[in-house]
Structures are given as C-alpha cells and as structure tokens.
Design a protein around this ligand. Structure first.
Ligand code: NAP
Length: 690
C-alpha cells in the first residue's frame, strides 16, 4: 500500500505492466474494518489502460510462461508456496480486519497456500516435463499403425481474467491462479472491493518473492474498465460471486460473440441431509449437528459452500432443532482477533444489511428458532456482527427456502418424508456446489448420494467410519471438483488437472507415428527407433533420447517354463496346468504361459544386468496381454525410451519404456510401459546429483 488519503487509510495500488500504479486519490471508497468500522484502506479511481494490460499479459506473461515446462512452473509454485508460508503472519494480521477469526483466516491463507503446494506436486506426478500435454491414449487411425491420432493440450495465448468474491481474498485468488499458471497462461486478478486490501497484500508478497515470471500476474483493484470489450477466444474469464453478477457478465456481447471461455462459481443453497437411519444421540447424528453449526459459524457463514438447508426426516425435526439450538448457544462469538472466538464478523455493514434482508424474505416461509446469541463486548453498530440465525420451514417446498441465499450465519431446517422427497427437495435448490449426507446406513447413503448427484458438484457422505476423518462439508479441495450445475454457476474449478486443462486448447492431431512423436515429445509405437548407442540401460539420463531402443535375442517358451513358474509362484490356474480344461475354454487352444511369466521372461531378455544408470524399476503402466503365449512360441522384446522426466536435485529422472513383446508371427503378445529411475551423469568429484 503506497499513498495515504485524507483519512489516513492507505490507498490500494494496482500491479499492472510489471509495476505498481497508485490510483488517483480523489473521492476514494473507504474500506472499513469489519469489526470496528475503522478505515483500513481506500480504493481510488483509476484510469488504467486495459488494452495495454491485456497486451502485456499476452506479449510478456504468455511467452515467459510458455518457455517453461509444466514441471518448471510447478517448481515455481512450490517455491512460492514456501515463500508465502514464511510470511503468512503478515496476512493473518491484515485478515482480522475482514472480520475473520484465526480459524477463518487459516482456511483462506493457509488453505490458499496449500492449493499451490498440492497443484505443484500433482503437476509433477500427472503432467509431463514438457510444454505439450497429451490428453488420453493414442487413437489408431489405420490398420497397419502408420496413421495415428492423439489429443494434445497447449497453453492458450490469452489472459486468464479472474474475478473473485469478497469472502476468500487469498484462497479465492490462489485457487484460480495456480491452475492458470501451471497451464502457462498469465492471470489478471480482480479482487472483490470490500476485502481487496488483503488480496493486494498477498500479491505484493508474490511480486516481492521475485519467483514469478514477468507478466504472469497483474492485479486490478476496482473496476475493469473496458477490459471485457477487448477479450477474444484465447482469453478466459473465471468468475466467483453472486448468481446475478455471473448472469450479467456471461451475457456480455464480447463473451458471446468471441466465445470467450467463461466459468462461474456462483451462490448456491447447499443442503445437508440427515438420513432416517441416524438416531438422535447416535455418533452420526451428533456429527451432523456439529457440522451444521461449524458451517453456520465458520467465516460467519460467508462461504459459498455453507449449509443453507438442513434437510431432516419430519420425525426428527424437533430433535435436530433442540440439538442445534443448544449447540449454537455455546458458540463463542465476538472479537475476531481473540483466539477463542469462533464466530467473527461479517465482511462489512453492507453485507450484514443484505443478510438481514434475506432473513426477512425467508421469514415469510420459515420461523426463526434461534437468533439471539450473546455476541459479547463488541461494537454491533460499527462492527458487522450478527447472531447465528436458525429457522425452521413452515412449508418444506416454499420457494424462498430453496431460493433465497442469506450469505451469513443463517440456515433453515426443512422436513422430508422419504428418501425420494429428500432428493426432490435437494433439487429445488436448482443446482448446488455441495451437499452432504449423514447416515450410518450405506444403502440409504447410496440412494441419497446418487439421487442428488446430478444437481451437485460434490457430495460428502458421512457414516460412522468417517466421523473423525472427513473434511468439512464446506471445504473445496484442490484434487476435487469445485463447482456445481445450474444456479451454482455451471462451472468447474479445481478437481486436479481438470482445472489446468481448462486453460489449455485441446487439439486432435493426426499423423504418422514419427510425426506424433515429434509433436508430443513422447515415443509413439511405430516411429523410427535408434539402436546406435548400444544398450540404452548403459546411458545416463542426459544421454538417453526418446526413441533409443534395444531389440532382444529371442526366447522360446517351453512347457517346463510354465511348470517351473507355477511351482515357484503357486499359480496353478487351470489354463496353465490342465491341457483338457484349457482346450475346453472358449479362449485358449491349450495350456498357455502365465502372463506374468511372459512379463518376467521379457525382463530377463531386456535387462542389462550390471550396475549402471538404471537404478530401479518402479512399476508398469498399461499392461495388456494381447495374445496367448503357448509352449513353443518364440518371444522377442523391443524396448524403447518413451518418455523422460528429470527430478531436479534428486540425481535421477524417471524414464518410461515402451515395451512390445512379439511372438514368431509378429503378433504382440504383451505391450506395456516399464517405469524406471535412471541416474543423471556423475558430477565432478563423483557425487551423483542432478
Ligand atoms: P458479487 O457482487 O457478484 O461480486 C463478485 C465479484 O464480481 C466482485 O469482485 C465484484 O467486484 C465483481 N463485479 C461486480 N460487478 C461487476 C462488473 N460489472 N464487472 C466486473 N466485475 C464485477 O458477489 P459478492 O457479493 O462480492 O460475493 C458474494 C457472493 O459470491 C455470494 O452469493 C456467494 O455465494 C458467492 N460466492 C461463490 C463462491 C463459489 O465458489 N461458488 C465463492 C465465494 C462466494 P466489486 O466488489 O468491486 O464490485
């Protein structure tokens, strides 16, 4: 934060074109501490050149990012996560002003840093050390294998415009930034105004880390000027906020005309369903009560995933109401800076006014049963404090109950008569981010989960086994889809590599094995191979090239081999041991070799036994036994370096080998990828490190 306004609230700056730009300070909007009303920051008017911002992202950020492989980008994300973790207390100190308790801020700050770390490690495991992503298996296009097709993902050449909601100023930004960054697409981040000062502080740390390539992130606090008018089909917009704003932006003429990729994470009336099999007082029932209270009070209920509808069997309404009223009465509310506080303030007085108005609307269809928690010694006039408010629906199908989102510590109990009715009521939310099902009965859990799944992005099923281990209903996780159909926005964020692929253009490429090997950087069966360098197991990681290969001596399989393998392993399945039974089977012509023997014998043919660069075999991928191997068949193996991936600093890299085991008729008996670790060249002094 740079210049000071007349009110002494620091003016938020924009980070664009590689520099911080202070806005003009004429008539700024004052952003206030949610708990005290004191000014925290000021949002001034700006006259940013959005054409230049978009151009800078595209012409500087894009090429910088695309010059790095997925793994190099992942390494930056991991280092950034570590850097931010070291400076997290600065963010915690600022976060209190948003009304967040320490626990709330943990979700936002450390949850956000966690997303970076998870994406970094998932990318190392699931993406290649390359700039081209291969999406799915190769598709044969001709009988002789000379014409193939594969799908590749390449970084789109636009910007990823990210518009965030006020409730998660750190996590909300980082969960969108991480996948775009990994995909090689520069981000332009627009935080929601009420809490933009926390996002600004986070972006300052990110810039100060000096880890990010130039142009990979820009920050705009306040309006987006004419940026929407400038977007085209290489750009994307990821929006989080209300369904109304999402609907308006989605209809922007440029978004429609230029087919700008647009995803929305909007509001949703998430429900938690108590199964009929969960007896009052049982562990699952108690876990349900605790979950509802947690979701109503964490972030003061300002979570898009919070439980808004408490669906319970009609006969359990009283028991649930009594248990919730008792539990809510125990919640420690008050100063968000007090480490004991579990319920802090809403993000501001405007937000509280909106929530109160929504409660008014709900009251037409539901009766308040709890709304007067002792808030302690807080300033309820200038601070946006509010008691948790529990209502009970007078009519289970009343529209307001399923449509009015009170974005605060507010939830409504709704009775249902049967599993089918519970599913119907859940669907009245017209699409939600998440629902949970609490039941000790797996059958009931399955009926409810499968029934509501089409209307939800995520379903959490809690039974006795998961009471202590499940993650909260309202916690989106980096590896799991976050988003929901219909009212929830129809978007899909996170979900592991799904979110990265969203920023890639998936293109079907058709061509010869050689062409596809050159395009993808991964050996395609049938492409030219090289045996010039001798046995590839003698080559260090750096010396090994995709396509380096060995063709083994032949080996004829005998009945004695089969007998000895059966004896050694105890695998005496009839097809290997009983000629008559094998012949009688619809598959075999007689006794066949064990598939695992074929794989073992293949290893016996292709390994180069002496110690060398190949350190270990850590598995096989895509193993298929394409043809039975009979006694008398002669097998030959072709082993070809398919894919390489360096583990920086580990002294080795991972190498996958295309393995084709072929019989005397040229038929493939077995095909698979052998996965190995191959040492890098020894460095001066004899120490092997990469
Ligand atoms: P909002 O009013 O829709 O604002 C969301 C974002 O859109 C803010 O950054 C806002 O900026 C921006 N915005 C508003 N009008 C715009 C325009 N014409 N052009 C460009 N940007 C514009 O929502 P909110 O009240 O801040 O957030 C609360 C809502 O978000 C709740 O309904 C909640 O359910 C939802 N939410 C959803 C998720 C999810 O993942 N699905 C997560 C969190 C929250 P300004 O603040 O500067 O106006």
């Amino acid at each position: 934060m740079t210049t000071l306004t007349a009110t002494d609230a620091p003016m938020l700056a924009n980070y664009v074109l590689g520099n911080w730009h202070a806005p003009s300070d004429g008539d700024p909007r004052i952003l206030r501490n949610a708990a005290t009303g004191a000014p925290v920051a000021a949002l001034g008017a700006h006259d940013l050149d959005f054409g230049a911002i978009r151009h800078y992202g595209r012409s500087t950020g894009g090429p910088e990012l695309r010059s790095l492989t997925f793994h190099q980008r992942a390494t930056i994300l991991r280092n950034l996560g570590k850097y931010l973790a070291e400076r997290k207390e600065e963010l915690y100190a600022i976060s209190t002003a948003t009304g967040a308790t320490r626990g709330d801020s943990w979700i936002d700050i450390e949850g956000g840093i966690g997303v970076l770390m998870v994406y970094a490690s998932k990318a190392r495991r699931e993406l290649p050390d390359a700039t081209v992503y291969i999406d799915g298996p190769t598709e044969p296009q001709s009988r002789d294998g000379s014409f193939l097709a594969t799908h590749i993902g390449t970084s789109r050449h636009g910007i990823a415009l990210q518009i965030n909601a006020f409730n998660f100023p750190c996590w909300g930004m980082l969960e969108k930034f991480a996948p775009a960054f990994l995909a090689g697409v520069p981000s332009v981040v627009k935080p929601a105004s009420p809490t933009a000062y926390l996002t600004e502080a986070l972006v300052r740390q990110m810039v100060e880390s000096e880890l990010l390539p130039a142009g990979s992130i820009q920050l705009v606090c306040g309006g987006l000027g004419d940026l929407f008018d400038r977007l085209d089909g290489q750009d994307s917009v990821a929006f989080t906020g209300s369904a109304a704003t999402a609907a308006m932006l989605r209809k922007h003429p440029t978004v429609i005309e230029n087919a700008v990729r647009f995803t929305a994470e909007a509001d949703s009336l998430n429900c938690a369903i108590l199964g009929a099999e969960a007896e009052p007082g049982s562990p699952v029932f108690n876990a349900y009560i605790a979950e509802v209270v947690g979701e109503m009070t964490t972030k003061a209920g300002q979570k898009c995933t919070a439980i808004r509808r408490i669906l319970v069997p009609e006969g359990r309404k009283d028991a649930v109401t009594d248990a919730l009223v008792a539990a809510l009465g125990q919640v420690k509310a008050g100063d968000p800076g007090d480490s004991e506080t579990k319920l802090g303030a809403l993000a501001g007085l405007d937000q509280r006014a909106e929530v109160r108005a929504a409660v008014e609307q709900l009251s037409a269809a539901a009766t308040p049963v709890f709304d007067s928690l002792d808030l302690g010694d807080v300033d309820t006039e200038n601070g946006a404090f509010m008691s948790p408010t529990l209502l009970t629906a007078t009519d289970s199908r009343a529209e307001a109950v399923h449509q009015v989102e009170a974005f605060g510590p507010v939830s409504t109990i709704v009775g249902y008569g049967s599993v089918d009715e519970a599913v119907e009521l859940a669907a009245l939310g017209r699409g939600s981010l998440v629902a949970s099902v609490f039941t000790p009965d797996a059958g009931e859990g399955a009926c409810l989960a499968v029934g509501i799944a089409p209307h939800h992005g995520r379903v959490l099923v809690v039974d006795d086994a998961t009471i202590k281990t499940h993650t909260p209903h309202g916690s989106p996780l980096p590896g799991l889809v976050h988003g929901g159909p219909g009212r929830a926005g129809g978007g899909e964020e996170l979900g592991g590599m799904r979110a990265v692929k969203h920023h890639l253009q998936i293109t079907a490429v058709q061509g010869s094995p050689a062409a596809l090997t050159a395009v993808t950087g991964e050996y395609q069966t049938g492409a030219p191979r090289s045996t010039d360098k001798g046995h590839p197991f003698r080559l260090h990681f750096e010396d090994l090239e995709v396509g380096d290969s060995v063709v083994t001596e032949p080996r004829t399989i005998t009945i004695d081999d089969i007998e000895r393998f059966a004896d050694l392993t105890g695998d005496t399945f009839y097809a290997h041991m009983d000629e008559e039974a094998a012949k009688a089977s619809p598959i075999f012509e007689g006794r066949v070799a064990h598939g695992y023997f074929v794989v073992s014998a293949a290893a016996g043919l292709f390994v180069d036994p002496d110690p060398g660069p190949v350190l270990a075999n850590y598995g096989l991928d895509h193993l298929r036994f394409a043809k039975p191997t009979y006694p008398g068949d002669t097998l030959t193996v072709t082993l070809t370096c398919k894919r390489k991936s360096l583990r920086p600093g580990a002294g080795y890299g991972e190498v996958a080998w295309d393995t084709q085991v072929v019989n005397q008729n040229g038929e493939v008996a077995a095909a698979y990828d052998v996965l190995t670790m191959v040492a890098t060249r020894p460095v001066e002094g004899g120490d092997e490190s990469g």
